[in-house]
Design a protein around this ligand. Sequence first.
Ligand code: NAI
Length: 319
Amino acid sequence: MADLKFDGRVVVVTGAGAGLGRAYALLFGSRGAKVVVNDLGGGRHGDGSSSNAADAVVDEIVRNGGTAVADYNSVVEGEKIIQTALNKFGRVDVLINNAGILRDKSFAKISDQDWDLVHAVHLKGSFKTTQAAFPIFKKQNYGRVIMTASNSGLYGNFGQANYSAAKLGLVGLANTVAIEGRKYNIFCNVIVPTAASRLTEDILPPDLFAELKPELIAPVVAYLCHESCQENGSIIEAAAGWAGRCAIVRSNGALLRQKPEDQVSIEAVKDNWSTIRNLSNAQKLDTIEDATGALMASLDALRGTGGDRNAEDVDSFEF
Ligand code: NAI
């Protein structure tokens, strides 16, 4: 297969001075993209700033024959990062929201500052940067966006309630950006990485740490951002040279009343609990319409009408 190239594309990678972002930036740089290497250059808890991290990665890309520019803004001011892309390269095609910090504490000990800073960098930073790029993508009828979530968000992780909440928030953000962007050829997907970096050096077991090179994840992110990739609105987990798709599923559930005029009793919920939570025939629903449609079907079952519903019925259904 011919190499997948990014010639003529401008790729913005936030938090690209280290870890995963650095690996992404180097790969894009080696495949013909012009890269904006954004990094605030602070500590892992969101403290301080420095131009060194971004500069070092730009130097590496240029040394390898690529094209890159450094940007030192915080993602919280994401519009400035997109402006750097426009000033230096005149366009932007791909945005990888990757910058991140940790402020791990057990739930009871999380301060407002621990909560706010983590949300500012991950969630607000991705919002601000993506919102600045979106009108440009729309106008050129092309854009690729990556949000970076985490298994801490999908499953929870001790000591990371603030981070978990922000990371799953990014899945919600990506879901809707994917819907609103689709008709403009703007695709937005979520990457769920596990990689050796300064964020995980004291979290991952040492033998595992050595195997989890960020370079093993970068090609997955690069493919998702290639013009030939039609994936949109998906959550892709990648680590250690493996990649797979994650999804939220719903059980078939149980009807909790027999007739439309019946109420639902607590006892009926208890009696049906094993059916409610049984995921053996669970389905992945692709859209909110599918979800409301399934609810309407359960109402039909209750009324004994069983008829097909049209989109109008579904749209008029309100929670
Ligand atoms: P890292 O600490 O090596 O890299 C993150 C970079 O983001 C740093 O260079 C940092 O200076 C930069 N940064 C922090 N705040 C910034 C801000 N406000 N504006 C601009 N840049 C900023 O960490 P790593 O592991 O490479 O993480 C990258 C992303 O992947 C993060 O979003 C992280 O939460 C996520 N992630 C990483 C996992 C892993 O196993 N390493 C697991 C799940 C998610």
